[in-house]
Write a protein that binds this ligand. Sequence first.
Ligand SMILES: [Zn+2]
Length: 250
Amino acid sequence: MLSDEQLARYARQILLPGFDIAGQERLLAASVLVVGLGGLGSPVALYLGGAGVGRLLLADDDRVELSNLQRQLAHTQAGLGTNKAASAAAAVAARNPDVAVEVIAERLSEPRLRELARGVDLVVDCTDNYPARHALNRACIAAGVPLVSAAAVRAEGQIAVFHPAAGGPCYRCLYPEAGAATALSCSESGVLGPVVGVLGSLQAMEALKLLAGYGEALVGGLLVLDLASLEVRRLSIAPRPGCPDCAACR
Ligand SMILES: [Zn+2]
């Protein structure tokens, strides 16, 4: 049962046909783990917090630096030098005290990731390297929860939803080489702020759709965007037979 304050706070989304009070109640009952509170994680945390996801676990062991503020909207000048998960948690709490926010300021080992994934409904991958993404992928498969993953560099980005338990592929079906060369990083290649903003916003949207049961989530799809030319492509990815990470759970 929603309070009057909740009905007012979430009025714009409750108004949506297909979302309604039932969708809001599902959000309020949901737990989400966001790994990485940088350029992607900032809009993810702010939008999921604003929308009233009941419990948000924010994980990052990094600190806010001056070069982050160009694009990492959850952090401010006053937060320089503080932990990114704590800084983002403060930004979420300032917007919506209705959300229980937990700060995980440690580097996550794989056993710890598995434990965290088992306790949530969905995981959002806002990390910036292959080993972390593969570890998150395995943890989500073990827990049977969807993984909303995105990456952005320069003016390009991509987003996919991995959910083998629902018949979709996993991250490793798309990137089979667990030990692949390190991904291009923003620190080496540069990135424009709105690029991570767009990709992080798309991640928040996919998460809200999956949690509230609204619309059609990007399970089995890969959206590739070039924001310099505004070219957008949607590709289909099939589960890879014999995938070492997800084949056993089919
Ligand atoms: Zn797979």
